[in-house]
Design a protein around this ligand. Structure first.
Ligand code: F6R
Length: 266
């Protein structure tokens, strides 16, 4: 796991946008598949990528993208439905074909259809994937996707119940906490681990404890993000506040300052 401590959230967005740009430009003639998270942590990255697209620095016309998770129980036109949200804030500003965005089809839900939605989504991942570059945020309780503490480390796409902490944290996107859905469909931890390169971005003090547990704690279902310790290519990009509970930050900074010329920057 590579830990990059930036000087500010803005610098983190630049770093992660550059990782995306390199991946997209390196995959012009081959499979180019992104994994996208929603929530506030990656928004600055998406804004920066839109800016670079508008300056003709890259195109998304050959890109496929998979959403990590989706709320259950929201009406099809709800602005917080993640498939709609990611279109509004990101995809609709790019030249990526609409049909290249893939997500759990929850609006087609009839009673009893959840497992079909999950298997269809996993099937699509197998057909179009694997995901070459996955961006993740992290919950204050250590979730990734919506794999709440207690999630099986090998889990696949399935329904999950949000924890009270996550519903409180996400209430800022809804009129009230009661309006935050209780259930979601999320890629499992085993599904996420199949992405080839994972970049996790976090900012702010409220993420510091989860970040320290993920990087320096034991691998445990109590901090689902700690499963990333098993993955061969993870880049964690955090600002100084999110890094503030780490014991080894000076070593991570030393590593970044002393990279051999032949090694990829991130
Ligand atoms: C969203 C997702 C979640 C968020 C996490 C952090 O698609 O998968 O894991 O990344 O809840 O949310 P923010 O970034 O809003 O703090």
């Amino acid at each position: 796991m590579e830990v990059v401590i930036s000087s500010s959230p803005t610098e983190s967005y630049q770093i992660v946008a550059s990782i995306f740009q390199s991946y997209i430009l390196d995959h012009l003639d081959e499979k180019c598949v992104l994994g996208l998270a929603t929530g506030s942590s990656p928004q600055g990255v998406y804004d920066e990528l839109i800016r670079r697209f508008q300056f003709n620095e890259l195109s998304f016309s050959h890109v496929n993208a998979f959403l990590l998770d989706e709320y259950l129980g929201l009406p099809p036109d709800h602005p917080q439905l993640y498939a709609r949200y990611i279109r509004d804030v990101f995809i609709s500003h790019l030249d990526m074909p609409n049909q290249n965005l893939h997500y759990p089809q929850v609006t087609q839900l009839n009673t009893g259809d959840i497992s079909t939605i999950c298997t269809d989504y996993e099937k699509k991942l197998r057909q179009i994937g694997p995901i070459g570059l996955q961006i993740l945020g992290i919950g204050s309780n250590g979730h990734i996707g919506f794999n709440e503490p207690g999630s099986s480390l090998g889990s696949r796409t399935r329904i999950k119940t949000l924890s009270p902490i996550t519903r409180t944290d996400n209430a800022r996107f809804f009129s009230s906490e009661q309006d935050v859905p209780v259930h979601v469909i999320t890629q499992g931890l085993g599904t996420i681990l199949e992405s080839q390169h994972i970049v996790l971005i976090a900012q702010g003090k409220q993420k510091a404890s989860a970040i320290a547990q993920m990087i320096e704690g034991p691998v445990t279902i109590n901090c689902p993000a700690s499963v990333l310790q098993f993955h061969p290519h993870v880049t964690v990009v955090i600002d100084p506040e999110a890094a503030s509970f780490l014991s080894n930050s000076s070593y991570y900074q030393f590593v970044q300052a002393n990279k051999p010329d032949w090694q990829d920057k991130y």
